[in-house]
Design a protein around this ligand. Structure first.
Ligand SMILES: [Zn+2]
Length: 329
């Protein structure tokens, strides 16, 4: 959860945090926003650690030596509270917020700050968000609430308006590649970063999960359907058992590139430059209007990824449409 060194693209956010600390003007509520894979949680924990440390460094960082830093590292600091869904993708309910409010009414253990981390804040359901507003409207002395989100538009305006917003931006390509190198990832930097929308931690996770061979396998199967050499139902079943959510995102960028190929774009402008030859070949024989239509249906599917919809059925529908597109019907 915590690295000893700060991620280089957090420097700009950290300067602001350090300013808060030096001026003793730490906001009651911070909303840290940014795409997946930029280390928002690490940034939030670094700042929380620093708020709780009793011997903070001049850079604003925690000393990592004092007894409170040790408690923090062991995840047993009594004045640091985190709220997350019990399971990935689930919501944070009102009971968790009531429990938090109860704890905040008690006295803090130490005289520094109390920090509450809510991650991801967009998983607060409506009742929880309403109850949470109470914390923001009647703030407790020296309590800092840090909310994390990838999509701030999912949060109620009443909460947004009470938070100081911190945006974590992705680093430029050169910085991201240097960082990947420091993680002992030696090849496919550009491709991994393209797939991760430029987010270095996600690119690293992809490298560790050997995501590139899976992508190649799926792409080959997708082409087989286009060439009537594979059954879409069987492929849907296979993909469903693999990482189907990411596969749907890949399909979208393959089709974006396919559309670009219809306009004779150069490889450098593609998300998947390594797949250009095959995509170009598809672009040569498909009806562009129908490809756009397919793209729209993929975007609709992506919007449903967050719901309880049957994902295997969703994949079947997508791949049958893909087959029909190739049949020219
Ligand atoms: Zn310390």
């Amino acid at each position: 959860m915590m690295n000893e060194t700060m991620l280089p693209w957090h420097q700009v956010n950290w300067s602001l945090f350090n300013q808060y600390l030096r001026q003793d003007r730490v906001p009651q509520a911070l909303l840290i926003k940014g795409i997946k894979g930029l280390g928002k949680q690490q940034l939030a924990c670094d700042f929380a650690n620093s708020l709780l440390c009793s011997h903070r460094l001049p850079t604003g960082h925690a000393c990592k030596q004092c007894s409170r830093c040790k408690l923090f590292k062991a995840q047993t600091h009594p004045d640091f509270m985190t709220l997350s869904p019990k399971e990935d993708g689930k919501i944070i309910g009102v009971d968790a917020i009531r429990e938090l409010i109860f704890k905040l009414e008690l006295k803090p253990q130490f005289e520094t700050y109390r920090v509450v981390l809510i991650n991801p804040a967009d998983k607060l359901n409506k009742a929880a968000a309403n109850a949470f507003l109470k914390c923001l409207e009647e703030p407790n002395e020296r309590t800092c609430v840090i909310l994390l989100t990838e999509i701030s538009s999912k949060l109620p305006a009443t909460i947004l308006s009470r938070c100081q917003k911190i945006i974590v931006l992705k680093p430029d390509r050169a910085m991201a590649k240097i960082w990947l190198q420091t993680q002992n990832i030696t090849e496919h930097h550009d491709l991994l970063l393209n797939l991760a929308q430029g987010a270095p931690l996600l690119a690293r996770d992809y490298a560790h999960a050997a995501i590139l061979p899976l992508r190649q396998q799926c792409f080959t199967e997708w082409l087989k359907i286009a060439n009537f050499q594979a059954n879409p139902i069987e492929i849907a079943e296979k993909w469903y058992k693999q990482q189907h959510e990411i596969i749907i995102l890949w399909l979208i960028v393959w089709v974006v590139d396919l559309i670009k190929c219809c306009y004779q774009t150069q490889a450098i402008n593609l998300y998947n430059p390594d797949l250009q030859i095959s995509l170009q070949e598809l672009a040569g024989r498909l009806n562009l209007r129908q490809v756009y239509h397919f793209y729209d249906s993929l975007l609709q599917s992506r919007r449903k990824l967050d719901t309880q919809i049957n994902k295997q059925l969703m994949l079947e529908e997508i791949l049958i449409k893909w087959l029909q597109l190739n049949q020219g019907s």
